[in-house]
Write a protein of this length. Structure first.
Length: 195
């Protein structure tokens, strides 16, 4: 759970304030010399040693259901084609790392954001007015961990490869019963089945 600083909490709970919460978007791509710094505001701001350019942007509601990988839709104004050149030049900025920072306008001298979210660009499209990014979790979340699964009656080796050791023309079904070289079976028959 994210906790705001005491000053930000006081500002958040006021009925009226002159210090809004700003959404800052940082886009890092391997081909970009410097990251793209944007802020949803009417004027540029300086935060954490960088100048964040004021740009119209919209963020959809972010929800996690625990069943699917989280995704977020981010729409940024095309700015008269200023940002679309990056999309055309760098494959839609797919696989770029996107960081969203929430900061309070009164606390721009504090280097720590009130909230920070990290995403990867999974897809991008654009028209004359808007660039739409589908942001998702980094690919490491989709990778299997641990790398290998140990199953009692399944051999992960491809029939006929060097780990299998079989040199004939027959095919096996990757289980112990159909294994053509049982002494090289890659499964784990010693593992107990469900308890």
């Amino acid at each position: 759970m994210n906790h705001f600083s005491k000053i930000a909490t006081l500002e958040k709970n006021k009925l009226a304030t002159d210090a809004p919460f700003l959404i800052l978007v940082q886009v890092n791509h391997a081909m970009l010399v410097t990251p793209i710094y944007l802020v949803r505001n009417t004027e540029d701001v300086v935060w954490n040693g960088a100048t964040w350019t004021a740009f119209p942007l919209e963020i959809d509601n972010y929800e996690e259901d625990g069943k699917t990988l989280p995704a977020l839709n981010l729409k940024i104004s095309s700015g008269g084609g200023l940002l679309t050149t990056y999309l055309q030049k760098y494959d839609g900025l797919v696989d770029a790392k996107v960081s969203l920072f929430i900061v309070n306008a009164k606390l721009l001298d504090v280097p720590e954001p009130e909230m920070e979210l990290a995403f990867v660009v999974n897809a991008a499209n654009y028209d004359e007015q808007w660039i739409s990014f589908t942001l998702g979790a980094s690919s490491e979340i989709a990778d299997r961990f641990p790398m290998w699964r140990y199953l009692t009656d399944f051999c992960p080796f491809v029939c006929g490869d060097i780990r299998c050791g079989y040199l004939g023309a027959k095919e096996c079904r990757n289980n112990l019963e159909s294994c053509l070289v049982p002494e090289r079976f890659g499964g784990e028959p010693g593992i107990q089945e469900g308890r």
